[in-house]
Design a binder for this molecule. Sequence first.
Ligand code: FAD
Length: 379
Amino acid sequence: MHDVAVAGGGIVGLAVARALALRGMRVVVLEREERLGAHQTTHNSGVIHAGIYYAPGSLKARLCVEGAAALYDYCAARGIRAERCGKLVVAVRDADRDRLDELERRGRENGVEGLARLGPDEIAAVEPAARGLSALHSPNTGMVDFGEVAAAYAADLREHGGEIRTGAAVRALVERNDSVELAGTGVRARHAVACAGAWSDRLALASGARPDIRIVPFRGSYLLLTRPDLVRGQIYPVPDPALPFLGVHLSRTIAGEVLIGPTALLAPAHVDLRATLRWPGTFRVMRRWWRTGVRELAHAASRRLLVREAARFVPAIGPGDVRRGPAGVRAQAVGRDGTLLDDFALARTGRAVHVLNAPSPAATASLAIAELIASEVVT
Ligand SMILES: Cc1cc2nc3c(=O)[nH]c(=O)nc-3n(C[C@H](O)[C@H](O)[C@H](O)COP(=O)(O)OP(=O)(O)OC[C@H]3O[C@@H](n4cnc5c(N)ncnc54)[C@H](O)[C@@H]3O)c2cc1C
C-alpha cells in the first residue's frame, strides 16, 4: 500500500507528490489524461507573480511570496530558464492613482521586495513603449514555462521512488478505517490528496466532502503581438476592484512571445454544464458581472477592442500588430452567494485533503502550497 495517493497530475499535484516523496513517503500520482499537466499547467501566461495584489494575511499573499522565491531557487538549481523580467502596473487615469496606492500598500505589507513608484519618464526607462501617469514597478516579477517546471517535479518524484500513472481517472476518495481507496483506479493508500483543478468540486462531492463552492470555469484567450520587441516584461493596467480579474495585460513569455489578454468568458462546457448551471452562485456571478461578460464577449469578438485596451498603456500597438494566440480555462471557485472565492482553499476530511481552489498564482506558489499540504498530511 502507498503512503499517499495524489489525484491530479497538474503542477499542484506534482509539487505535493514531490514534497511528500522527498520526505521519504511512498507516493503515487493518478492523472486522468494520458499526459501530465494537460490543463491549466500548460495553458497559462507563465508569469512568476511577486505577490502584489493579494489581501495581506491571505494564503495567496503568503504562499505566492514564499513560492516565488522557492521557484527561482528551484529553477536555478535544476537549470530551468526563469527570468526576473519585471512588471509595471500602469495608471493611465487620475482615478487609477488611489488604487495604485492601495496596490503598493498591499505589496509592501505582503513583503514583496524591490517595489518602486515611477513617474512618466521612469516608466519609459523600464518599458520604452509604455506610457502612463504613474506606475508601480516590481523588478522580481518574472517568467518561466510552468510545463517545464511540472515536468521537473515529476522527474524529482520518480527519482525519489514515486510512481505516476496516467490514464487513471479517480471517481472518488473512499475513506476506510486504515486507508483511502481511490475508486476507479484500484489504488489504496494511507492518505490521499486531491488536486483536480477544474474538477475539484466534483471529486470532493463524490468523496462525501461538503464543499460549499462550485468550480465555474472561465475561458481566457490571448492574442500574440507580432512586434514582441515593444514589450520587455510584464505590463498590466491598474485592476478595477469591482471586477474579478487583473485586466487586459501584456505578458512576455520565456519563449520570447508577447501575449495580450486574457478575455474572461464563462466556459461551462468544459465541465458538467448542468451541474454548473444548477449552482445558484453561477447565476449570481453572471448577474453580478454581466457587464464585464458583455465587454469580454466584445473582446472575444473584436481584436480591435482588445488591442484598444492594451493601447491605453502601450499606444504604439495597433490592430495590425496581433494574431490569434493561445487559450486556457481557469478553474475558479464560486460560493453559493455568487462571490468568487478569492483565496486558495483546502478542505480536510479524515484521511484526505482536497485542494478546492487553486487559481492564479497557484503555479507560482506551487512549491509553497506543496509544503503546506505535505505538513498537513504528515501530521
Ligand atoms: C489563462 C490562464 C493564465 C494563468 N496565468 C498564470 C500565471 O501567469 N502565473 C501563475 O502562477 N498562475 C497562472 N494561472 C493559474 C495556474 O495555471 C493554475 O493555478 C495552476 O496551473 C493550477 O494547477 P493545478 O495542478 O491545480 O491544476 P491543473 O493544471 O488544471 O491540473 C489538474 C489536473 O487534475 C486532473 N484531474 C482532474 N480530475 C481528475 C480525476 N478525477 N482523476 C485524476 N485526475 C484528475 C486533470 O486532468 C489535470 O491534469 C493561469 C491560469 C490560466 C487558465
